[in-house]
Design a protein around this ligand. Structure first.
Ligand code: ADP
Ligand code: MG
Length: 310
């Protein structure tokens, strides 16, 4: 049966870990979490045409499907360990599965993540992954810890992935550097763990900074102010769009998978020190204030309609 061939192709390529007692091949996996740590569990699905353009290369789909899950673990401050994969394919397509595994397993190897099981079914192309990670009890980064006076920080640059999508939607060629950020996001796994004990709240930016920061505000019972001119942009984004469109993409564009986190003022120097340690830009872009919702003065209203996220 074709399904078993596909599973065998996947199984022969996976790299295991000592804490995988039993991986792919039985009715379930047997896993040994480290004593004293909590298991962080997250799940994300990518559907063709919704979460990626249908012509996306299989290797990029494999990379991105795992990346968005590792990004969620990063936002929890967790150390990734295991994942399971539910693959729905229109037909038993070995070339697709091989390409998918190229991207998926390249990212898994970078983070020492073992694929320990899954499901393979027929239907419209869809990829669903559950990822598991470890975090010491009490050390997880949550959405509900932001306090008035905390600074709002973000990692990396914002708007690149949304810039690529905008070109794609307009039928224009995508700038390679922007397209790479859309197809192969970098989950900020080391940063998430380094922020334990420093960040008061954290979220990964999948729906856009203003929308995602709104989730922190709601969970924490506070408001936030963002300085639109403080948002960092890549050179590629600066050359591809005029300032007004660029600011809108940075503030509201999704799919960057950077981290947005809040930091009490006393801990900001320690966060600043992580920039050199991780070779990753970290930028203060605003502050937590009394009230509700996220305010972003100066965001052009015509271009966005997202002046105030509540
Ligand atoms: P069952 O019918 O008992 O659910 P399956 O035939 O679905 O068994 O799966 C057989 C084994 O292969 C199981 O260990 C399952 O976890 C694994 N598996 C199935 N599909 C995948 C996949 N896409 N990726 C990784 N492991 C998979
Ligand atoms: Mg099954």
């Amino acid at each position: 049966m074709a399904e078993f061939d596909l599973i065998a192709r996947i199984r022969q390529r996976v790299v295991l870990r000592d804490d995988v007692v039993l991986g792919i091949g039985d009715d379930g996996a047997l896993l040994a979490p480290p004593p004293g740590q909590l298991l962080a569990v997250t799940m994300d699905t990518l559907n063709a045409g919704v979460h990626f353009p249908p012509e996306t290369a299989p290797a990029d789909i494999g990379w991105k499907a795992l990346a968005v899950n590792l990004s969620d673990l990063a936002a929890m401050g967790a150390e990734p360990a295991w994942c399971t994969l539910s693959l729905t394919l229109p037909r038993a397509d070995t070339a697709f599965v091989d390409g998918f595994c190229d991207g998926f397993l390249a990212l898994a190897a970078q983070h020492g993540v073992a694929l320990v099981g899954g499901d393979t079914t027929r239907g419209p192309l869809s990829v669903s992954i559950t990822a598991h990670g470890f975090v010491p009890a009490g050390a997880a980064l949550r959405r509900d810890g932001a306090r008035i006076g905390d600074e709002v920080w973000i990692s990396g640059t914002l708007g690149d992935a949304a810039g690529a999508l905008r070109h794609w939607q307009a039928g224009a060629p995508m700038t390679p550097a922007l397209r790479d950020r859309l197809d192969r996001p970098t989950p900020r796994v080391a940063l998430g763990q380094a922020l334990r004990g420093l960040a008061s709240a954290c979220i990964d930016i999948s729906d856009g900074l203003l929308a995602d920061l709104t989730h922190i505000c709601r969970a924490s019972g506070v408001g936030a102010e963002i300085d639109i001119d403080a948002l960092p942009a890549s050179d590629a984004l600066r050359s591809a769009f005029d300032a007004d469109v660029r600011r809108t993409l940075q503030a509201t564009g999704g799919d960057d998978y950077e981290l947005c986190f809040t930091v009490p003022p006393a801990k900001c120097p320690a966060v600043q020190a992580l920039v050199a340690q991780l070779s990753l830009p970290l930028t203060p872009v605003g502050r937590i204030v009394p009230g509700t919702g996220v305010h972003c003065p100066g965001l052009s209203p015509g271009a966005s309609g997202y002046q105030h996220f509540v």
